[in-house]
Ligand binder design. Structure first.
Ligand code: CA
Length: 739
């Protein structure tokens, strides 16, 4: 394509994007070749052989975890311990979003391919950041309400001249890598009424594209599908949990799984087991490994009251990549009771263990144990804790099963448990340093007070909420429950660790004063890169953990960095912007440190660094944190109390605990007089649904909407008085006398 053509395409795309932003209808024409027409492709010609030989072209980043092994360890050495002091910003690109950015860019042919919020896809010149094309899949704004964890996307796969992306509303798209034109699109969802979402990056191998989905909190049944990369035709589908027992098993593995679900009616709620992040191809065995998610609902006594392991929840499942039939599985958390997904990034490695070379799989799932598993048969080799774990005492290496801490069962009485639902490690990628036998791991201690739902405790019955979270825990009274037990709360903390997965030893630990930090990149240059919640993009000495370089991005980060090389220059890049699974955590309460996206703003940007880079980010203003005074004298305590429950059940997962937003979503304590006046039009009529604030008219009537407003006003006024020093928190005045 010549420059003139590029300019025209850019103008057309800019126009399409403009219309998208303003909500007008538009469509993107497909330029798919007619059947039988020869396809001429020059850009993005990555294939299996190239990914297998990725170390022979370390200047590119060809796949999600760089190679099929997904170790995220760059062989590049120009940026190293001696030179990193002169690392500077080469260029940056505003992505025009304040929602979280989580993607790993693919770099090939001098281009970067990546996604931003709302599943938007970009191809940019890796030397300059100039947009070559962008594609907006036009995810309906109201789908934002169906996302448990922000309108995020973790990236694309590039393969044989195509760019593959899963969209928040459950479609899988193939785009032309050179032009960005849509080639094909399939609907991956088995039920569009249920709240499924796709946020994970597709993986490609052997002519197939693999994609799963999320949504377990809302009550769905997990599965993964393989599609033909050229045509989009479905090749196989593997369900991760059994369905309605009155219907035939979809595949033989479901018969095995069904024996481990006892009593209850899990299929009505969904069962869970969504595969929303890690699907890893293993060329050594032609396997695909699925990292399977938590149960739906979270609480096993509701989900499977007769007990049982509830396969394949919280498991690593090995499938034949060609047929989708199961070869083995390993369940990290039998009978999951805590939202302990095993969807966290899986890395493959060859390790020498007791003098023998073994092909192993590495994973640090939410439950806090680091698993080393033999890829040939699924046998457990090691399972050492990598953060504070209280739900289990240890993993028995003979049986391969965790030994639960019975003192922390919460069926009768609520308890603080570590890890909580954000996990001891989440999707933020780790980096494997195979030569050193170490993993550089973003870990956290972040507890939850687990308490059974009041509805279940008083009636023994749990009713599915089709449009809400289905955890089985008490969310409505969560603020009261936490404040009642705050004296015993373990302190939330974040860590970057150099961890030996075989021995469980920590070679070094960097403590970070906020728990929700970014993914990690290790390099042969002796460095470990990580962006954190405080807005600092840091390079650490991989041997000691000493900070060798630090750059203030003014924005909290979650995304993992990558490295590439062009024209003899090594680059390191990262996307900025927080949110994701911790919208609920909101504005941190001391002693957790405030993060950069609250202090400044949540700037969605792509930052690219090289030695001697001289670009500069604009220094942002401090965010206006003043809370306007609200007239609360006329509010009824009972309305505030009802509003608190409704807020916690329907609003808190995005707008934040105690109506304190974490920076990515509007803070309801600070909304304008105009929005206050239009409250019911927003909450009931959905006038802001294009922005992601869908109507809640299906779960809230006008009186209830008014109760939520009472609560929000009361919270705002309480915090305002605290901040000006007229009141002490944390004890909500209206809680006294509450049921
Ligand atoms: Ca979950």
């Amino acid at each position: 394509m010549n420059k003139g053509l590029i300019a025209i395409v850019v103008v057309i795309i800019a126009a399409v994007f403009y219309f998208t932003q303003t909500g007008q209808e538009t469509s993107v024409e497909s330029s798919a070749p007619a059947p039988g027409q020869a396809i001429e492709r020059t850009i993005g010609m990555i294939d299996d052989a190239r990914i297998n030989a990725a170390d022979s072209e370390p200047g590119n980043w060809l796949a999600y975890g760089r190679t099929y092994e997904e170790q995220r360890f760059s062989p590049l050495t120009q940026i190293n311990k001696d030179t990193v002091a002169s690392l500077g910003l080469a260029w940056f690109k505003d992505m025009n979003t304040n929602r979280a950015l989580e993607a790993t860019p693919i770099v090939v042919d001098g281009r970067m391919f990546f996604t931003t919020s709302w599943s938007r896809v970009y191809s940019v010149d890796a030397r300059t950041g100039e947009t070559l094309w962008s594609y907006d899949p036009m995810v309906p704004g109201e789908w934002g309400r169906r996302a448990c964890c922000d309108v995020v996307n973790r990236g694309v796969a590039v393969y044989k001249g195509r760019v593959y992306v899963g969209t928040l509303d459950g479609r899988l798209l193939a785009l032309d890598a050179e032009s960005g034109d849509l080639v094909w699109e399939v609907d991956t969802l088995i039920d569009r009424e249920r709240f499924y979402t796709i946020t994970g990056a597709p993986r490609v191998a052997g002519g197939k594209v693999f994609i799963g989905n999320g949504g377990a909190e809302f009550g769905v049944r997990g599965y993964v599908t393989a599609y033909d990369a050229e045509s989009g035709d479905q090749i196989w589908r593997f369900y991760t949990v059994p369905g309605d027992p009155s219907k035939p098993f979809e595949h033989p593995e479901m018969e095995l799984a069904a024996e481990t679900w006892k009593g209850g009616e899990w299929w009505k709620i969904g069962g869970g087991g969504t595969v929303w992040n890690s699907i890893v191809y293993d060329p050594d065995f032609n396997n695909v490994y699925l990292g399977v998610g938590n149960g739906s609902p979270w609480t096993r006594v509701i989900r499977s009251p007769g007990g049982g392991d509830n396969l394949f929840l919280s498991s690593i499942v090995a499938l034949d990549a060609d047929t989708g039939s199961m070869k083995w599985y390993y369940q990290t958390t039998p009978g999951d009771n805590w939202d302990y997904t095993a969807v966290q990034d899986i890395a493959l490695a060859d390790m020498t263990i007791e003098g023998e070379s073994r092909k192993v799989l590495l994973q640090a799932p939410k439950n806090g144990f680091f698993y080393v598993i033999d890829r040939s048969d699924g046998k457990l080799i090691a399972a050492n804790p990598f953060a504070t774990v209280t739900w289990a005492t240890h993993v028995d290496l003979e049986t391969g099963r965790p030994v639960e801490n019975e003192a922390l069962g919460y069926e009768e009485k609520g308890k603080w448990v570590l890890p909580g639902p954000l996990g001891a490690h989440n999707w933020q990628a780790m980096s494997v340093d195979a030569k050193a036998g170490l993993v550089y791991l973003p870990a956290q201690d972040n507890p939850l007070f687990y308490e059974m739902s009041e509805e279940y405790k008083t009636t023994g019955v749990y009713k599915r909420k089709p449009q809400g979270w289905n955890t089985g825990l008490e969310f409505g009274r969560l603020a009261q429950v936490i404040l009642d037990n705050v004296a015993d709360q373990p302190t939330p903390k974040g860590y970057l660790k150099a961890f030996d997965p075989l021995t469980g030893e920590e070679k070094w630990v960097v403590e970070i004063p906020n728990y929700w930090n970014g993914g990690v990149l290790g390099t042969e240059g002796g460095l470990v890169f990580q962006g954190n919640a405080l807005g600092m993009f840091n390079a650490y000495d991989k041997d000691t953990g000493e900070t060798l370089w630090s750059y203030n991005t003014y924005t909290s980060m979650l995304a993992p960095p990558i490295s590439f090389e062009l024209d003899g220059d090594q680059y390191v890049s990262i996307l900025t912007g927080t949110g994701g699974g911790d919208l609920f955590g909101g504005e941190p309460l001391p002693p957790v440190a405030e993060h950069a996206s609250l202090t400044y703003n949540n700037y969605g940007r792509l930052l690219v660094f090289k030695l001697g880079g001289e670009a500069a980010l604009p220094v942002p203003d401090l965010r206006d944190r003043e809370i306007p005074a609200r007239d609360v004298a006329s509010l009824e305590h009972t309305s505030i109390q009802r509003g608190e429950r409704l807020y916690n059940e329907n609003c808190a997962v995005c707008h934040g605990f105690l109506a304190r937003s974490g920076g990515a979503i509007p803070d309801l304590r600070r909304i304008s007089e105009g929005s206050l006046a239009a409250w019911d039009q927003i909450v009931i009529d959905g006038v802001l649904s294009a922005n992601g604030m869908a109507s809640f008219g299906d779960v809230l009537n006008q009186a209830q909407s008014g109760d939520v407003l009472s609560y929000v006003k009361a919270r705002a006024e309480e915090d305002r008085l605290t901040y000006v020093g007229e009141k002490d928190l944390p004890r909500m005045t209206w809680l006294d006398g509450a049921e």
